[in-house]
Design a protein around this ligand. Structure first.
Ligand code: ATP
Ligand code: MG
Length: 331
């Protein structure tokens, strides 16, 4: 069975874009692949969270993953900082990662430009830690979006470099997994911008309460309405329909599409329906998040099980790597 490794930085609550763009596909992969899902809390240290915030966010993302349906029995779900073998492999890989190539990474340059007061070494070696995360489980596939393509390319380079240097084939070259065959969706923002996202500040989160969801949807940008029968929809209106198509029934979408085509649509009615359908979709997930967040014993059990499974796999790789490099015990 092929191995897939996927991680998410614990920096914000999951939103509808994350769910329909990524998590839904992950859930469907759990039977066909040996899946590792992890919460990248070491990675989040580059932006210096407070101790309380660090801990709270890790817990929240863990609960949200579980509430969405990632199954800790089928998959390995773990917290990065529970696996000491990851920083160990990171240290070893750092010896074969060169300053020039790290400085040229687009994400490093972007972040250094945006926060010149915080260009720390962790930011520079971010791709090495990410490579360690991936190759420690000998991953064959990594689901990545466009923004992570270059970092995965570096992981591929470091894996091949190690194999070449020591004339071994320890690490498979991890391939990007693009959910071919599955529905590729981009969830739009309702503020007229192209994409729903954490940084865009336009996200409807799985954890938002119904009142907040209704407020966010009712504020969605629209236009003055269609003036001709069957006219093409402008982007802001298409965004409403796109979101509706993932949370509402096909009949509902058809109903509003017909009204639009007949120039009889009332956006207020459509938004009300959309808000209710989002609430119906997120409410059970939200209820589960709340339940799970209160259940420290369950979260502890999941994290422990995940850490055990992930450590077993990671320790095997690190042992192999140490022996290849030439570490021998003298006692
Ligand atoms: P940030 O603004 O910090 O980049 P984000 O909201 O874009 O955050 P990520 O953590 O970058 O979320 O993405 C996690 C996963 O969700 C990725 O696989 C990404 O491709 C997917 N994703 C994020 N936003 C959307 C969206 N609007 N539509 C579809 N998929 C999305
Ligand atoms: Mg993103």
């Amino acid at each position: 069975m092929k191995t897939v490794v996927s991680g998410i930085r614990s920096t914000g609550n999951l939103h509808l874009g994350n769910y329909f763009g990524a998590i839904k596909n992950f859930i469907n992969m759990q039977d066909a692949y040996n899946c590792f899902f992890f919460i990248a809390d070491y990675h989040s240290l580059t932006t210096h969270p407070t101790p309380e915030h660090l801990n709270q966010q890790v817990k929240q993302v863990l609960a949200e993953y579980l509430a969405c349906g990632i199954d800790p029995e089928k998959s390995t779900i773990f917290i990065q900082s529970d696996i000491p073998e990851i920083p160990e492999l990171y240290l070893l890989m750092n010896m074969n990662a060169y300053l020039g190539e790290l400085e040229r990474t687009t994400s490093f340059k972007d972040k250094a430009r945006k926060n010149p007061e915080n260009v720390n070494a962790g930011l520079l070696t971010y791709p090495v830690l990410m490579a360690a995360d991936i190759i420690i489980h000998k991953a064959n596939f990594v689901p990545v979006g466009k923004d992570q393509e270059q970092n995965l390319e570096m992981a591929r380079k470091f894996a091949r470099r190690f194999n070449r240097m020591y004339k071994v084939d320890t690490f498979p070259t991890p391939q990007p997994f693009t959910f071919d065959g599955a529905d590729m969706v981009k969830i739009p923002g309702l503020d007229g911008s192209g994409k729903m996202g954490k940084s865009e500040g336009n996200a409807i989160c799985l954890y938002d309460d119904p009142k907040l969801i209704r407020k966010k949807v009712m504020k969605a940008v629209t236009d003055a309405g269609p003036t001709e029968m069957n006219q093409q929809k402008p982007e802001v209106i298409q965004n409403l329909f796109s979101l509706m198509s993932v949370v509402s029934t096909p009949d509902t979408v058809q109903h509003f599409d017909d009204l639009y085509n007949k120039c009889e649509i009332r956006y207020g009615d459509m938004k009300k329906q959309l808000a209710e359908d989002i609430v119906n979709f997120t409410s059970p997930i939200r209820d589960r998040i709340i339940d799970i967040m209160e259940d420290d014993a369950y979260l502890g059990k999941v994290a422990k099980l995940g850490a055990e499974k992930a450590r077993e796999s990671a320790a095997k790789t690190v042992q192999e790597v140490r022996s290849i490099i030439g570490f021998r015990k003298f006692y």
